[in-house]
Design a protein around this ligand. Structure first.
Ligand code: ZN
Ligand code: ZN
Length: 260
């Protein structure tokens, strides 16, 4: 559906590299299977997924709501939620649709420690950051609760954000509550879960760019934006790798429960 726009985002500025001698040696000693299709990954620069699967990702292209980035068949002006002022953030953009291929990649990054995927996803996100109207300089990854980060060994949002080439603030925000998955909850349940879930430590001013792997309902980033603004941020911009779009685009079989 969006294949016409895949090439520019995924090959610029990073063309898929040719296989190097080092790759050939590593392939013999430590073969890597693509986390999506299980084919052997021969060009290893892009991590544990093969070039075919990378090029199958679907960039999120217009039309979308100019504020929250919600994809829509034909939007003129803001979407209904932004018109009602439901979001505390000022801008949200995502690089890619949350397709089955991307869900596999993010799932393996988070639960199977395929951290090499964070590098490539971060590079794709950087292209989005540079092409969309972001004005912030400071990047804040959405934090995990301490307990969850300790279990996982890393915060995937932080690994992705580290590729953006902006100054990274990893201690500004703390997750106080180990909130359960928001999937399948109603809006009021999500709101109750998230109330007071985040805490700002230290002074905030100007514009903050908030980075996460997946944007689902916007309720988490809304809550963080509210918290950051109460602490002094003037503007909060949200940048995520993946977007779980509204029903218009979401493939019926896309299962969001595992990755989010
Ligand atoms: Zn593959
Ligand atoms: Zn909107």
């Amino acid at each position: 559906m969006h294949s016409a726009t895949v090439q520019p985002i995924l090959t610029s500025p990073f063309a898929f590299p040719r296989r190097t001698l080092i790759d050939s040696i590593l392939n013999l000693l430590f073969p890597v299977a693509c986390v999506v299709c299980r084919a052997q990954v021969l060009e290893r620069r892009w991590g544990a997924a093969c070039p075919d699967c990378w090029s199958r990702l679907e960039p999120l292209a217009p039309p979308f709501c100019p504020q929250c980035g919600e994809p829509a068949p034909a939007i003129e002006g803001l979407c209904g939620r932004c018109r009602k002022g439901e979001y505390a953030f000022d801008l949200a953009r995502s690089a890619l649709f949350f397709t089955d291929t991307l869900r596999e990649m993010i799932h393996h990054l988070k639960y199977a420690e395929r951290v090499s995927l964070a590098r490539s996803l971060g590079d794709i996100l950087k292209v989005c950051l540079e092409h969309e109207p972001f004005s912030g300089r400071v990047v804040v990854p959405v934090p995990l609760h301490r307990k969850r980060e300790r279990e996982r060994g890393f915060n995937q949002a932080e690994l992705i954000a580290a590729r953006l080439g902006r100054s990274l603030e990893t201690r500004l925000l703390r997750r106080r509550k180990n909130t359960p998955s928001q999937t399948g909850l109603s809006r009021s349940e999500r709101k109750r879960n998230l109330a007071g879930a985040f805490e700002v430590r230290g002074p905030v001013a100007g514009t903050v760019i908030l980075v996460d792997d997946v944007y689902t309902t916007g309720s988490t980033v809304h809550e963080i934006a509210r918290t950051l603004k109460r602490a002094g941020a003037q503007r909060v911009e949200v940048l995520t790798v993946a977007r779980v779009s509204n029903d218009f685009y979401r493939a019926a079989e896309t299962d969001i429960s595992e990755a989010v």
